[in-house]
Design a protein around this ligand. Structure first.
Ligand SMILES: Cc1cc2nc3c(=O)[nH]c(=O)nc-3n(C[C@H](O)[C@H](O)[C@H](O)COP(=O)(O)OP(=O)(O)OC[C@H]3O[C@@H](n4cnc5c(N)ncnc54)[C@H](O)[C@@H]3O)c2cc1C
Length: 646
C-alpha cells in the first residue's frame, strides 16, 4: 500500500504534549515572554547585576504563584506537585539561571522544609518561603564529599544545657561547596550534618541555620563565592563554613527523627542507613524537575536547528537553479530526526514519571514499593534526559554551522547552562547505580538499608535461580528467544521492523539478559571469595549498562503506550513514525550487543539502518510542524538570525 503523507494539526499536537497542565504552561510562557530580555543579559551585564536581575525575576514569578504549586494551600500554594513539575519544565524554555534559582529556592530549600520538617517548621517558614520573602539554600554537598553524602564531615552536636545544636565545619574539606543562592542572596541554609546526641553519631540529618541578615553574613559563618562557572552565572553558588554556630533545638527538621530537650534521640526508622535513604527519597522532586528541564532544553535546540535547516541552502544537489535545503540532505535528517524522536519519547516518559510522582506525593499512592520504584524511575529518567540534552544541543549547534556559535543565537547559553544537569541532583552514573540496585533486589524490603556493598552481599546471598527470579529476568528470556530470530535465513529481514512488539521484545531481552548476567557475576565473585567492593568494581560497567538498558526500555514503553492510545488520524501516523524511529535507533545504537548475543543477524542489522533512513525521509515534510508542536514561545528561541535566514 502506498504511504500516505500525514499533515499535522500543530495546535492539536501542542495540546497533546501540554496534557493536563496546559493552563500552567501557558501562564509560565506568558511570564517568560514578559521577561524575554533576560535571555541576553548574561553576556552584557556585570555578574552581580545579572545575579540580582535573576533574583528579581524569580521573586516576580513567585509573586504570581508560579513557582510553588506544590506548597499546601494554607501556605500559599495549591498542593499540586504535578503542576510544579510542569511549570518547571516550561520555565526551562527561558533563562536557565532563573530556572535553577527557582529549583534551589522552592524545590531544594523549600522541599527540605516541607518534606523533612513538621508542622511547626511549615507554620514558621513555608508561607514566606513560597512568596520569596525568605530566601534560602540547600547545603548538602561538601568539597570532600559530593556523591557520597553519607560521609559528609559537618557536625551538629546537641548541647542539652542550652538545648541548642552546635553546627561546625571540622576541616576545609567539610566546607559546603557549590551551594546555589549561598554566595549572595540566601538568608537561611538547610544544612546536612552528622548529628551527635549524647556523644553518639546518629547519621546525616538536616537543620535550618540562619546564614545572613540584611545582606550581612552572620557571625560564625564564612561564605566564599565559587566564582565564574561554565554556565548558570546568574546563580550565586558559594562555599560555606561554620564555626560552632548555635541554633535552637527546633532547627532540626524532625519528620524522621527527634531530639528531646533532655537530649534523647528517637526515630520512627531504627536502621540509620534506611533512615538516610528515606530522607533523601523525599527530595526526589529535584530529579524529576531537572530531567524535565533537560528535555525542554533539547526541544529549544531542535526547534532552532530544524527550522534553520528548512531555510538554509548549501550546494546544488538536485537542481542547478537552486542550492539544496540542509534539511533535504539525508545526513542532516539522520543527525536531527533521531534526536527529535528521542525527545518525543523522553517527553512521554517524563509524563509517566510526573504523574507517578504526583500520585505518590499527593498521597494517592502510599505503597512503599511504588515509592521506591518512583525514586528509581526519577533517577533513570534524569540521567537519560540530561545526557540527551547535552548530546542534542551539541549536534544542533553544529547543524547550524558558524551561526550556531554566535552567542545571540542561543546555543552558547543553552550549552553552557545545561552541561551541569548531568552532575547536579545526582551524578548520572551514580544515579544509574541506584536504578541497578532496585532491579537487582527487586525493591526488596531491605532496599533502603543497602549500600552498594550491601547490595552485592544481598545478591550473593541468594541461590542463582533465586537471583534470576528476583531480578525479574526469568519470565521472558525463553519466550523471547523464539520471537527474536538470530540467523540470516529464517526471517524476512524487513518483516516486523515497524512492530512495537518487536521493539519491546528486543529491548526487554537486552535488559533482562543484562540484569541476570550482572547478578550471576556478582554472585560468582563473592562465591570465589573476592571482597564485595572489588566484585562490585569489576562488574560496575555492566551494572550501569543494565540500568541504562532498563531505562531505555521504559522510555520506549512510554512512547508505544501513548501512541497506542491515540485516536486514529494523521497525528497518530506522525507520532508512529517518530516512535518507530526512536525504537529502531535505540536498537541500532547497541547493535554490537544484539549481534554478540545472537539476536540480530548482519542482514537484519542492515535492514534496520535502511528502515531508519526511510523513516527519516518520511519525517522530512513533518519536521517543522513537529518542532512547532512543542509550543515554545518565539521570543525564547532568540535566534533571529537563524530563523529568518533567507
Ligand atoms: C553548578 C552547581 C550547582 C550545585 N548546587 C548545589 C546545591 O545547591 N546544593 C548542594 O548540596 N549541592 C550542589 N551541587 C553539588 C552537586 O550536587 C555535586 O557536584 C554532585 O552531587 C556530584 O558531586 P561531586 O561534584 O563531588 O562529584 P563526585 O562525587 O566526586 O564525582 C566525580 C565523578 O566520579 C564519579 N563517581 C563518583 N562516585 C562513583 C562511584 N561510586 N563509582 C564510580 N564513579 C563514581 C562520578 O560519576 C563523577 O563522574 C552543585 C554543583 C554544581 C556544579
Amino acid at each position: 500500500m502506498a504511504y500516505e503523507q500525514p499533515t499535522i494539526d500543530v495546535p492539536a499536537l501542542t495540546a497533546l504534549l501540554d496534557g493536563p497542565y496546559a493552563d500552567v504552561r501557558a501562564r509560565v510562557c506568558e511570564s517568560l515572554v514578559e521577561h524575554a530580555d533576560l535571555l541576553g543579559a548574561a553576556d552584557e551585564m556585570p555578574r552581580d547585576d545579572y545575579r540580582d536581575l535573576v533574583r528579581d525575576t524569580v521573586l516576580a514569578l513567585a509573586k504570581s504563584g508560579q513557582t510553588a504549586y506544590h506548597v499546601p494551600e494554607e501556605y500559599g500554594g495549591r498542593g499540586d506537585f504535578g503542576a510544579t513539575v510542569a511549570a518547571f519544565e516550561t520555565t526551562a524554555y527561558g533563562d536557565l539561571s532563573v530556572l535553577v534559582k527557582i529549583g534551589v529556592q522552592f524545590g531544594l530549600f523549600g522541599g527540605a522544609v516541607q518534606n523533612l520538617g513538621t508542622k511547626h517548621h511549615h507554620d514558621a517558614y513555608l508561607a514566606d518561603l513560597a512568596a520569596g520573602r525568605l530566601l534560602g539554600c540547600f547545603a548538602m554537598t561538601e568539597t570532600g564529599h559530593g556523591s557520597n553524602v553519607q560521609a559528609i564531615g559537618t557536625t551538629a552536636t546537641y548541647d542539652d544545657h542550652t538545648q541548642e545544636f552546635v553546627i561546625h565545619t571540622p576541616d576545609e574539606a567539610s566546607g559546603k561547596d557549590y551551594i546555589g543562592n549561598a554566595a549572595r542572596h540566601a538568608e537561611m541554609a538547610a544544612v546536612f550534618a552528622q548529628l551527635y546526641v549524647g556523644g553518639e553519631n546518629r547519621g546525616v540529618h538536616c537543620l535550618l541555620v540562619p546564614i545572613r541578615r540584611d545582606d550581612a553574613v552572620l557571625p560564625g559563618v564564612r561564605i566564599e563565592d565559587c566564582g565564574h562557572k561554565m554556565g548558570l552565572n546568574g546563580v550565586d553558588n558559594g562555599r560555606i563554613w561554620f564555626d560552632e554556630v548555635r541554633v535552637p533545638r527546633e532547627a532540626l527538621l524532625d519528620r524522621f527523627a527527634e531530639v528531646s530537650p533532655a537530649g534523647v534521640y528517637s526515630s520512627s526508622i531504627e536502621n540509620p542507613n534506611r533512615r538516610f535513604f528515606t530522607m533523601l527519597g523525599t527530595l526526589v522532586m529535584g530529579r524529576v524537575c531537572v530531567g524535565g528541564a533537560g528535555i525542554s532544553a533539547a526541544k529549544v535546540a531542535l526547534a532552532i536547528a530544524v527550522r534553520y535547516a528548512d531555510r538554509r541552502r548549501q550546494f546544488n544537489a538536485t537542481s542547478q537553479d537552486q542550492e539544496e535545503l540542509l534539511l533535504d540532505y539525508g545526513m542532516h535528517q539522520r543527525r536531527l530526526f533521531p534526536l527529535l524522536a528521542h525527545t518525543y519519547a523522553l517527553h512521554f516518559a517524563q509524563d509517566v514519571l510526573r504523574s507517578r510522582f504526583d500520585d505518590v506525593f499527593s498521597g494517592r499512592e502510599t505503597d512503599e514499593r511504588d515509592q521506591r520504584a518512583l525514586e528509581s524511575r526519577a533517577a533513570g529518567t534524569k540521567a537519560l534526559a540530561t545526557w540527551h540534552a547535552t548530546e542534542t544541543i551539541q549536534e544542533c549547534r553544529e547543524a547550524c554551522g558558524g551561526a550556531g556559535y554566535i552567542s545571540r543565537n542561543r546555543f552558547t547559553a543553552l550549552k553552557a547552562d545545561t552541561d551541569v544537569f548531568t552532575t547536579f541532583e545526582g551524578d548520572n552514573h551514580v544515579l544509574l547505580q541506584l536504578v541497578a540496585k532496585g532491579l537487582l533486589t527487586d525493591y526488596s524490603s531491605d532496599f533502603e538499608d543497602l549500600d552498594q556493598f550491601g547490595m552485592v552481599r544481598f545478591v550473593a546471598g541468594m541461590a542463582v535461580d533465586q537471583v534470576v527470579e528476583r531480578t525479574m529476568a526469568h519470565k521472558l528470556l525463553e519466550s523471547l528467544r523464539d520471537l527474536l530470530p538470530g540467523g540470516d535465513d529464517d526471517w524476512d529481514q524487513q518483516a516486523g521492523l515497524l512492530d512495537p512488539a518487536y521493539h519491546l521484545a528486543m529491548l526487554r531481552f537486552r535488559e533482562e539478559h543484562m540484569i541476570a548476567t550482572v547478578a550471576r557475576r556478582l554472585k560468582r565473585g563473592i562465591d570465589e571469595g573476592v571482597e564485595p567492593g572489588e566484585v562490585f568494581s569489576r562488574v560496575q560497567d555492566h551494572v550501569i549498562a543494565a540500568a541504562r538498558a532498563h531505562v531505555e526500555r521504559l522510555v520506549v514503553d512510554a512512547f508505544v503506550e501513548r501512541h497506542a492510545a491515540l485516536e486514529d488520524g494523521p497525528l497518530k501516523v506522525a507520532l508512529g513514525l517518530l516512535s518507530d524511529l526512536h525504537a529502531l535507533t535505540t536498537i541500532e545504537g547497541d547493535r554490537g550487543w544484539f549481534m554478540e548475543h545472537g539476536r540480530l543477524s548482519s542482514a537484519r542489522s542492515k535492514a534496520i539502518t535502511r528502515e531508519i533512513s526511510d523513516l527519516c525521509r518520511k519525517l522530512r515534510p513533518l519536521a517543522v510542524d513537529l518542532v512547532d508542536g512543542f509550543g515554545i514561545p518565539e521570543e525564547m528561541l532568540r535566534a533571529d538570525e537563524l530563523l529568518t535566514w533567507s
